[in-house]
Write a protein that binds this ligand. Structure first.
Ligand SMILES: Nc1ncnc2c1ncn2[C@@H]1O[C@H](COP(=O)(O)OP(=O)(O)OP(=O)(O)O)[C@@H](O)[C@H]1O
Ligand SMILES: [Mg+2]
Length: 365
């Protein structure tokens, strides 16, 4: 027994025992698809569908010819006429169609729908057929969209991925904001915030270019919500990164020992931490300072090779802080010191002058 397989979604193809069936002309192919969907039709209906503009006799002759050519193309009685006025698909032939799969709904329907109904199928002088085809195309597309949304709901309930289904919705209609929102939410839930934001940008671009409009309020709110969650997540990740400190126990112990000795003996020491760029020198210093259990004042400055000509530059932040400290604790400085500081760091002068009642002498320092 022969098996006929027909693909109606996307570019149509007809296979007979796995061999492509070639129709001699387009109207014969159109007739076959129409009968396949309707099961049967009256000769008058078919004549009107494909040869409505011709005289009745010629039109009926064309129909007979088309039926004959179809049977020849299949090399079997694929069409039968139990009553003279009616033409039908032979129920004895086993015909499998993607439409039958589509009608099962759910996952099968999603799989069956490979594109618009009879995609790219064009007919010269076939307005009535074309009207019918376009109506069917819209009808199936609407059903497909509905099924996709139902499937998405179902998959969401079962906590399964929905990206492919949402992308399929966007493929059908690139302005479908609801589908974009589903996909944005899906990416955001996975922590793929940048992907969600990129998708929103793509939507804005398409809407602006094609329709000259902005996204709906719901889409904009979702975008803002995702941006907020993203910035919070970035902060958490940064804090976690910063909190993480590995090893360096020996180095920390050495620094602590030196520091404690300094405290005890009051003899100051210089410690130089050496290492390649990015090895962790600054981090070691910061961790060491943070774990110190004593009150201290940190005077800090950076030296850069590019600034080696500016000898006083690294001293500036140190003196700034010192002057603030002097004011804070109400320390009295010898006059010479004040004038010296003021000479080297004129901007500190006004701060010092307010602190000390007597104006410092700035010359000869
Ligand atoms: N022990 C450690 N555990 C975890 N992260 C570390 C550690 N040491 C350094 N890091 C991280 O490695 C990076 C570079 O460290 P750091 O800035 O301290 O290097 P550096 O030697 O001071 O670099 P540069 O030579 O450029 O001044 C930083 O992000 C720092 O947080
Ligand atoms: Mg450093």
């Amino acid at each position: 027994m022969c098996t006929v397989r027909v693909k109606l979604f996307g570019t149509p193809t007809v296979l007979m025992n796995n061999t492509r069936v070639l129709f001699p002309f387009r109207k014969a192919e159109a007739l076959f698809y129409y009968l396949l969907l309707n099961g049967q039709a009256s000769r008058d209906e078919l004549v009107n569908l494909l040869w409505g503009e011709l005289e009745e006799e010629t039109a009926k002759k064309n129909l007979r010819n088309a039926i004959y050519k179809i049977k020849k193309a299949f090399d079997t009685d694929i069409l039968v006429s139990p009553k003279k006025s009616v033409v039908m698909v032979n129920p004895a032939v086993n015909i499998e169609t993607d439409l039958a799969l589509f009608n099962r709904k759910g996952k099968d329907a999603v799989e069956a729908y490979q594109g618009p109904f009879l995609k790219g199928f064009l007919l010269k002088d076939g307005d009535t057929f074309e009207e019918w085809m376009l109506l069917k195309r819209t009808h199936y597309q609407e059903r497909y969209v509905k099924i996709l949304y139902e499937e998405i709901e179902e998959r969401r309930r079962r906590k399964l991925p929905v990206d492919e289904l949402a992308l399929a919705l966007i493929e059908v209609n690139e302005f479908d904001e609801r589908a974009y929102r589903i996909l944005m939410r899906y990416y955001a839930d996975l922590g793929l915030y940048n992907k969600a934001v990129e998708l929103h940008e793509r939507l804005c671009r398409i809407l602006e270019m094609e329709l000259g409009v902005q996204p709906e309020g719901t889409t904009t709110s979702l975008h803002l919500e995702i941006m907020n969650v993203r910035s919070k997540a970035f902060k958490t990740a940064k804090t976690e990164r910063e909190a993480f400190f590995y090893g360096r126990r020996q180095e920390l112990a050495q620094l602590n020992e030196l520091f404690n000795t300094c405290l005890k003996t009051r003899e100051t020491r210089v410690v130089i931490i050496l290492g390649e760029a990015g090895i962790g020198k600054t981090r070691l210093k910061d961790v060491f300072l943070k774990q110190l259990d004593v009150e201290f004042c940190l005077l800090e400055a950076n030296c850069y090779q590019a600034e080696e000509e500016f000898l006083l530059k690294p001293w500036y932040p140190i003196f700034s802080k010192l002057v603030a400290l002097i004011k804070d604790v109400g320390l009295e400085l010898p006059e010479l010191w004040v004038s010296s500081i003021a000479a080297f760091f004129p901007s500190q002068y006004s701060k010092l002058i307010h602190h000390f009642t007597r104006a410092p002498r700035t010359s000869g320092s």
